[in-house]
Design a protein around this ligand. Structure first.
Ligand code: TYM
Length: 339
Protein backbone atom coordinates (compact mmCIF):
# COMPACT_ATOMS: atom_id res chain seq x y z
CA UNK A 1 0.00 0.00 0.00
CA UNK A 2 1.37 3.42 -0.86
CA UNK A 3 1.33 6.42 1.46
CA UNK A 4 -1.19 9.28 1.21
CA UNK A 5 -0.11 11.90 -1.36
CA UNK A 6 2.69 14.23 -0.24
CA UNK A 7 2.14 17.98 0.21
CA UNK A 8 3.09 19.78 -3.00
CA UNK A 9 4.82 23.10 -3.52
CA UNK A 10 2.15 24.15 -6.02
CA UNK A 11 -1.50 23.00 -5.99
CA UNK A 12 -2.25 20.45 -8.69
CA UNK A 13 -5.02 21.41 -11.08
CA UNK A 14 -7.02 19.17 -13.41
CA UNK A 15 -9.67 20.30 -15.88
CA UNK A 16 -11.04 19.39 -19.29
CA UNK A 17 -13.31 20.32 -22.18
CA UNK A 18 -15.31 18.05 -24.47
CA UNK A 19 -14.37 18.13 -28.16
CA UNK A 20 -17.99 18.55 -29.17
CA UNK A 21 -19.27 21.40 -31.32
CA UNK A 22 -17.27 24.59 -31.32
CA UNK A 23 -15.64 26.29 -28.38
CA UNK A 24 -17.40 29.54 -27.43
CA UNK A 25 -16.46 32.60 -25.47
CA UNK A 26 -18.21 31.12 -22.37
CA UNK A 27 -15.81 28.14 -22.36
CA UNK A 28 -12.93 30.58 -22.78
CA UNK A 29 -13.94 33.16 -20.16
CA UNK A 30 -15.42 30.65 -17.70
CA UNK A 31 -12.58 28.15 -17.88
CA UNK A 32 -9.59 28.20 -20.26
CA UNK A 33 -8.60 31.85 -19.83
CA UNK A 34 -8.26 31.38 -16.08
CA UNK A 35 -6.19 28.24 -16.57
CA UNK A 36 -3.82 30.32 -18.69
CA UNK A 37 -3.60 33.17 -16.15
CA UNK A 38 -2.74 30.76 -13.32
CA UNK A 39 -0.47 28.29 -15.10
CA UNK A 40 2.71 29.55 -13.40
CA UNK A 41 1.16 29.15 -9.96
CA UNK A 42 -0.05 25.55 -10.38
CA UNK A 43 0.93 22.09 -11.47
CA UNK A 44 -1.33 21.76 -14.50
CA UNK A 45 -3.16 18.86 -16.20
CA UNK A 46 -5.49 19.85 -19.05
CA UNK A 47 -7.34 17.17 -20.93
CA UNK A 48 -9.38 16.91 -24.13
CA UNK A 49 -12.15 14.61 -22.90
CA UNK A 50 -13.03 12.62 -26.02
CA UNK A 51 -14.48 9.72 -23.96
CA UNK A 52 -17.02 12.12 -22.47
CA UNK A 53 -17.93 13.34 -25.95
CA UNK A 54 -19.24 9.92 -27.03
CA UNK A 55 -21.85 9.85 -24.24
CA UNK A 56 -24.08 11.36 -26.93
CA UNK A 57 -23.80 10.09 -30.54
CA UNK A 58 -20.88 11.62 -32.51
CA UNK A 59 -19.87 11.40 -36.13
CA UNK A 60 -16.42 9.67 -36.03
CA UNK A 61 -14.75 11.91 -38.64
CA UNK A 62 -15.98 15.05 -36.92
CA UNK A 63 -14.95 13.80 -33.46
CA UNK A 64 -11.45 13.02 -34.76
CA UNK A 65 -11.08 16.52 -36.24
CA UNK A 66 -12.57 18.31 -33.22
CA UNK A 67 -10.27 16.49 -30.80
CA UNK A 68 -7.19 17.80 -32.61
CA UNK A 69 -8.74 21.27 -33.01
CA UNK A 70 -9.52 21.52 -29.30
CA UNK A 71 -5.96 20.56 -28.36
CA UNK A 72 -4.72 23.25 -30.77
CA UNK A 73 -7.14 25.76 -29.22
CA UNK A 74 -5.81 25.04 -25.72
CA UNK A 75 -2.37 26.01 -26.94
CA UNK A 76 -3.67 28.92 -29.05
CA UNK A 77 -5.44 30.30 -25.94
CA UNK A 78 -2.06 30.40 -24.21
CA UNK A 79 -1.57 27.11 -22.35
CA UNK A 80 2.15 26.43 -22.53
CA UNK A 81 2.98 22.74 -23.12
CA UNK A 82 6.17 23.22 -21.07
CA UNK A 83 4.12 24.27 -18.05
CA UNK A 84 1.01 22.12 -18.60
CA UNK A 85 0.41 18.48 -19.37
CA UNK A 86 -1.92 18.74 -22.38
CA UNK A 87 -3.34 15.40 -23.45
CA UNK A 88 -6.26 13.44 -24.90
CA UNK A 89 -8.27 11.39 -22.36
CA UNK A 90 -8.48 8.19 -24.45
CA UNK A 91 -4.65 8.15 -24.78
CA UNK A 92 -4.37 7.25 -21.09
CA UNK A 93 -6.26 4.03 -20.47
CA UNK A 94 -6.19 4.38 -16.69
CA UNK A 95 -9.21 6.71 -17.04
CA UNK A 96 -11.46 3.87 -18.26
CA UNK A 97 -10.05 1.38 -15.73
CA UNK A 98 -10.54 3.74 -12.81
CA UNK A 99 -14.04 4.59 -14.01
CA UNK A 100 -15.09 0.93 -13.84
CA UNK A 101 -13.89 0.56 -10.26
CA UNK A 102 -15.54 3.81 -9.16
CA UNK A 103 -18.78 2.70 -10.88
CA UNK A 104 -18.84 -0.19 -8.48
CA UNK A 105 -18.90 2.03 -5.38
CA UNK A 106 -21.20 4.79 -6.73
CA UNK A 107 -24.91 4.45 -5.87
CA UNK A 108 -27.18 4.82 -8.88
CA UNK A 109 -29.28 7.43 -7.05
CA UNK A 110 -26.27 9.80 -6.91
CA UNK A 111 -26.12 9.79 -10.72
CA UNK A 112 -29.85 9.99 -11.32
CA UNK A 113 -30.11 13.28 -9.43
CA UNK A 114 -27.44 15.12 -11.49
CA UNK A 115 -29.17 18.12 -13.07
CA UNK A 116 -27.05 18.03 -16.25
CA UNK A 117 -27.95 14.36 -16.78
CA UNK A 118 -31.64 15.15 -16.33
CA UNK A 119 -31.61 17.99 -18.85
CA UNK A 120 -29.41 16.17 -21.41
CA UNK A 121 -31.44 12.97 -21.08
CA UNK A 122 -34.68 14.90 -21.63
CA UNK A 123 -33.28 16.14 -24.96
CA UNK A 124 -32.40 12.59 -26.23
CA UNK A 125 -34.77 10.11 -27.81
CA UNK A 126 -32.82 7.20 -26.40
CA UNK A 127 -30.50 7.75 -23.44
CA UNK A 128 -27.16 5.91 -23.48
CA UNK A 129 -25.74 4.33 -20.31
CA UNK A 130 -22.59 6.42 -20.78
CA UNK A 131 -24.57 9.63 -20.34
CA UNK A 132 -25.69 8.56 -16.86
CA UNK A 133 -22.16 7.40 -16.05
CA UNK A 134 -20.54 10.61 -17.33
CA UNK A 135 -19.86 12.08 -13.85
CA UNK A 136 -18.07 8.91 -12.69
CA UNK A 137 -15.70 9.20 -15.65
CA UNK A 138 -15.18 12.84 -14.70
CA UNK A 139 -14.44 11.77 -11.10
CA UNK A 140 -11.89 9.29 -12.47
CA UNK A 141 -10.19 12.04 -14.48
CA UNK A 142 -9.77 14.20 -11.42
CA UNK A 143 -8.98 11.56 -8.78
CA UNK A 144 -6.36 9.71 -10.83
CA UNK A 145 -4.16 12.81 -10.68
CA UNK A 146 -4.78 13.60 -6.99
CA UNK A 147 -5.87 17.05 -8.16
CA UNK A 148 -6.29 19.64 -5.41
CA UNK A 149 -8.30 22.04 -7.56
CA UNK A 150 -10.76 21.76 -10.44
CA UNK A 151 -11.36 25.11 -12.18
CA UNK A 152 -14.70 24.96 -14.00
CA UNK A 153 -17.75 27.08 -14.83
CA UNK A 154 -20.85 27.02 -12.61
CA UNK A 155 -22.52 24.20 -14.61
CA UNK A 156 -19.84 21.67 -13.58
CA UNK A 157 -19.91 22.42 -9.85
CA UNK A 158 -22.36 19.62 -9.06
CA UNK A 159 -20.12 17.10 -10.85
CA UNK A 160 -17.08 18.17 -8.82
CA UNK A 161 -19.13 17.88 -5.63
CA UNK A 162 -20.09 14.34 -6.67
CA UNK A 163 -16.37 13.65 -7.25
CA UNK A 164 -15.73 14.68 -3.64
CA UNK A 165 -18.47 12.30 -2.44
CA UNK A 166 -17.01 9.42 -4.49
CA UNK A 167 -13.47 10.13 -3.20
CA UNK A 168 -14.67 10.21 0.40
CA UNK A 169 -16.64 6.99 -0.01
CA UNK A 170 -13.65 5.18 -1.55
CA UNK A 171 -11.33 6.49 1.19
CA UNK A 172 -13.79 5.29 3.83
CA UNK A 173 -14.17 1.83 2.28
CA UNK A 174 -10.55 1.13 1.32
CA UNK A 175 -8.35 3.58 3.29
CA UNK A 176 -6.88 6.96 2.38
CA UNK A 177 -6.31 6.84 -1.38
CA UNK A 178 -7.65 9.99 -2.99
CA UNK A 179 -7.18 13.72 -2.47
CA UNK A 180 -10.64 15.29 -2.06
CA UNK A 181 -10.59 18.07 -4.70
CA UNK A 182 -12.14 21.53 -4.51
CA UNK A 183 -14.19 23.09 -7.32
CA UNK A 184 -12.83 26.52 -8.26
CA UNK A 185 -15.60 28.68 -9.72
CA UNK A 186 -14.77 32.24 -10.87
CA UNK A 187 -16.63 35.25 -9.46
CA UNK A 188 -17.06 36.72 -12.92
CA UNK A 189 -17.59 34.63 -16.06
CA UNK A 190 -18.79 31.45 -14.32
CA UNK A 191 -21.98 31.59 -16.36
CA UNK A 192 -21.72 33.51 -19.62
CA UNK A 193 -25.21 33.78 -21.09
CA UNK A 194 -26.54 33.26 -24.60
CA UNK A 195 -26.63 36.53 -26.58
CA UNK A 196 -29.99 35.50 -28.07
CA UNK A 197 -31.57 34.60 -24.71
CA UNK A 198 -29.77 35.84 -21.57
CA UNK A 199 -31.99 33.71 -19.34
CA UNK A 200 -29.96 30.65 -20.53
CA UNK A 201 -26.24 29.89 -20.28
CA UNK A 202 -24.24 29.98 -23.50
CA UNK A 203 -23.92 26.35 -24.55
CA UNK A 204 -22.02 24.39 -27.18
CA UNK A 205 -25.14 22.51 -28.19
CA UNK A 206 -26.95 25.79 -29.02
CA UNK A 207 -23.86 27.42 -30.56
CA UNK A 208 -25.08 26.73 -34.09
CA UNK A 209 -28.20 28.88 -33.48
CA UNK A 210 -27.90 32.29 -35.09
CA UNK A 211 -26.92 34.94 -32.57
CA UNK A 212 -26.47 32.56 -29.60
CA UNK A 213 -22.69 32.51 -29.16
CA UNK A 214 -19.37 33.94 -30.27
CA UNK A 215 -17.05 31.10 -31.22
CA UNK A 216 -13.30 31.34 -30.63
CA UNK A 217 -12.69 30.88 -34.34
CA UNK A 218 -15.31 33.43 -35.55
CA UNK A 219 -14.13 36.20 -37.88
CA UNK A 220 -14.22 39.84 -36.64
CA UNK A 221 -17.33 40.50 -38.75
CA UNK A 222 -19.15 37.47 -37.35
CA UNK A 223 -18.28 38.60 -33.81
CA UNK A 224 -19.57 42.14 -34.45
CA UNK A 225 -22.79 40.85 -36.03
CA UNK A 226 -23.57 38.52 -33.11
CA UNK A 227 -22.86 41.06 -30.38
CA UNK A 228 -24.76 43.89 -32.12
CA UNK A 229 -27.81 41.61 -32.18
CA UNK A 230 -27.52 40.72 -28.46
CA UNK A 231 -30.81 40.82 -26.56
CA UNK A 232 -30.85 43.52 -23.84
CA UNK A 233 -33.88 45.26 -22.24
CA UNK A 234 -36.04 48.29 -22.83
CA UNK A 235 -34.28 50.37 -20.14
CA UNK A 236 -31.18 52.56 -20.49
CA UNK A 237 -29.07 51.87 -17.42
CA UNK A 238 -25.65 50.28 -18.03
CA UNK A 239 -24.93 48.74 -14.63
CA UNK A 240 -23.82 45.35 -13.26
CA UNK A 241 -27.03 43.77 -11.95
CA UNK A 242 -28.41 40.26 -11.52
CA UNK A 243 -32.02 41.54 -11.84
CA UNK A 244 -33.79 39.26 -14.35
CA UNK A 245 -34.45 42.09 -16.84
CA UNK A 246 -30.79 43.24 -16.73
CA UNK A 247 -29.16 39.86 -17.46
CA UNK A 248 -28.40 40.75 -21.09
CA UNK A 249 -26.63 44.00 -20.18
CA UNK A 250 -24.90 42.32 -17.23
CA UNK A 251 -23.59 39.60 -19.56
CA UNK A 252 -22.07 42.18 -21.94
CA UNK A 253 -20.52 44.05 -19.01
CA UNK A 254 -19.01 40.85 -17.54
CA UNK A 255 -17.41 40.02 -20.87
CA UNK A 256 -16.01 43.57 -21.06
CA UNK A 257 -14.76 43.31 -17.45
CA UNK A 258 -12.97 40.01 -18.05
CA UNK A 259 -11.30 41.09 -21.26
CA UNK A 260 -10.25 44.61 -20.16
CA UNK A 261 -9.52 43.69 -16.52
CA UNK A 262 -11.00 47.03 -15.41
CA UNK A 263 -12.91 47.32 -12.13
CA UNK A 264 -16.72 47.37 -12.07
CA UNK A 265 -16.96 51.03 -10.84
CA UNK A 266 -14.52 52.09 -13.58
CA UNK A 267 -16.60 50.31 -16.23
CA UNK A 268 -19.92 51.73 -15.00
CA UNK A 269 -18.39 55.24 -14.97
CA UNK A 270 -17.07 54.71 -18.50
CA UNK A 271 -20.54 53.82 -19.82
CA UNK A 272 -22.52 56.46 -17.89
CA UNK A 273 -24.65 58.46 -20.32
CA UNK A 274 -23.97 56.08 -23.23
CA UNK A 275 -26.63 53.93 -24.92
CA UNK A 276 -26.85 50.17 -25.48
CA UNK A 277 -25.64 50.63 -29.09
CA UNK A 278 -22.36 52.07 -27.82
CA UNK A 279 -22.05 49.32 -25.19
CA UNK A 280 -22.45 46.59 -27.81
CA UNK A 281 -20.01 48.32 -30.18
CA UNK A 282 -17.31 48.58 -27.52
CA UNK A 283 -17.84 45.03 -26.24
CA UNK A 284 -17.61 43.72 -29.81
CA UNK A 285 -14.26 45.48 -30.37
CA UNK A 286 -12.84 44.18 -27.08
CA UNK A 287 -13.88 40.64 -28.06
CA UNK A 288 -12.48 40.99 -31.61
CA UNK A 289 -9.11 42.10 -30.20
CA UNK A 290 -9.16 39.51 -27.38
CA UNK A 291 -9.77 36.63 -29.78
CA UNK A 292 -7.50 37.83 -32.61
CA UNK A 293 -4.23 36.28 -31.30
CA UNK A 294 -6.08 33.03 -30.47
CA UNK A 295 -7.45 32.74 -34.00
CA UNK A 296 -4.04 33.48 -35.52
CA UNK A 297 -2.15 30.95 -33.34
CA UNK A 298 -4.86 28.35 -33.95
CA UNK A 299 -4.60 28.71 -37.73
CA UNK A 300 -0.80 28.45 -37.54
CA UNK A 301 -0.95 25.28 -35.40
CA UNK A 302 -3.44 23.60 -37.71
CA UNK A 303 -1.00 24.02 -40.59
CA UNK A 304 1.73 22.25 -38.55
CA UNK A 305 0.12 18.93 -37.57
CA UNK A 306 3.50 17.36 -36.66
CA UNK A 307 4.02 19.88 -33.86
CA UNK A 308 0.56 19.17 -32.41
CA UNK A 309 1.14 15.39 -32.53
CA UNK A 310 4.46 15.80 -30.72
CA UNK A 311 2.81 17.87 -27.95
CA UNK A 312 -0.01 15.31 -27.53
CA UNK A 313 2.38 12.33 -27.46
CA UNK A 314 4.48 14.03 -24.83
CA UNK A 315 1.32 14.98 -22.84
CA UNK A 316 0.02 11.40 -22.92
CA UNK A 317 3.34 10.04 -21.64
CA UNK A 318 3.52 12.60 -18.80
CA UNK A 319 -0.13 11.99 -17.84
CA UNK A 320 0.30 8.21 -17.88
CA UNK A 321 3.36 8.53 -15.65
CA UNK A 322 1.01 9.84 -12.93
CA UNK A 323 -2.20 7.94 -13.73
CA UNK A 324 -0.75 4.43 -14.24
CA UNK A 325 0.82 4.03 -10.78
CA UNK A 326 -2.33 5.55 -9.29
CA UNK A 327 -4.63 3.03 -10.96
CA UNK A 328 -2.35 0.24 -9.75
CA UNK A 329 -2.75 1.55 -6.23
CA UNK A 330 -6.55 1.69 -6.65
CA UNK A 331 -6.59 -1.92 -7.90
CA UNK A 332 -4.48 -3.08 -4.94
CA UNK A 333 -6.82 -1.28 -2.56
CA UNK A 334 -9.91 -3.09 -3.85
CA UNK A 335 -8.15 -6.45 -3.70
CA UNK A 336 -7.21 -7.13 -7.35
CA UNK A 337 -4.15 -9.30 -7.99
CA UNK A 338 -1.85 -6.65 -9.44
CA UNK A 339 0.96 -7.73 -11.76
P1 TYM B 1 -17.69 21.38 -21.19
O1 TYM B 1 -16.93 20.84 -22.34
O2 TYM B 1 -19.18 21.41 -21.28
O3 TYM B 1 -17.25 22.86 -20.86
C1 TYM B 1 -15.87 23.20 -20.65
C2 TYM B 1 -15.74 24.26 -19.57
O4 TYM B 1 -16.44 25.46 -19.93
C3 TYM B 1 -17.32 25.85 -18.87
N1 TYM B 1 -18.50 26.50 -19.47
C4 TYM B 1 -18.89 27.74 -19.19
N2 TYM B 1 -18.37 28.68 -18.37
C5 TYM B 1 -19.02 29.89 -18.33
N3 TYM B 1 -20.13 30.18 -19.06
C6 TYM B 1 -20.67 29.26 -19.88
N4 TYM B 1 -21.76 29.58 -20.59
C7 TYM B 1 -20.05 27.98 -19.97
N5 TYM B 1 -20.32 26.83 -20.69
C8 TYM B 1 -19.36 25.95 -20.36
C9 TYM B 1 -17.67 24.53 -18.17
O5 TYM B 1 -18.11 24.75 -16.85
C10 TYM B 1 -16.34 23.81 -18.22
O6 TYM B 1 -15.48 24.25 -17.17
N6 TYM B 1 -17.72 17.69 -17.86
C11 TYM B 1 -16.89 18.76 -18.40
C12 TYM B 1 -15.58 18.25 -18.95
C13 TYM B 1 -14.76 17.43 -18.02
C14 TYM B 1 -14.05 17.90 -16.88
C15 TYM B 1 -13.39 16.76 -16.35
C16 TYM B 1 -13.92 19.15 -16.30
C17 TYM B 1 -14.53 16.09 -18.11
N7 TYM B 1 -13.69 15.68 -17.11
C18 TYM B 1 -12.59 16.85 -15.19
C19 TYM B 1 -13.12 19.24 -15.14
C20 TYM B 1 -12.48 18.12 -14.62
C21 TYM B 1 -17.66 19.42 -19.53
O7 TYM B 1 -18.51 18.84 -20.14
O8 TYM B 1 -17.24 20.63 -19.85
Amino acid sequence: MSNPPLRRLKPRVFSGVQPTNALHIGNYLGAIRRWVLEQDLKENFYCVVDMHAITVPQDPTTLHRKTRELAALYIACGLDPQKCVIFVQSHVRAHAECCWILNCITPLGWLERMTQYKSKAAAQESVLTGLLDYPVLMASDILLYDADEVPVGEDQKQHVELTRDIAQRFNMLFGDTFVVPAPIIPQSGARIRGFDDPSKKMSKSDAANRGHAVLLTDSPDEIRRTIKRAVTDTGREIVFSEAPEKLGVNNLLEIYELLTQQSRPEIEAHFTGKGYGALKGEVAEVVVEGLRPIRERFNALMTEPGELDRILDDGAARAAAVAEPKVQEIKRRVGFVVR
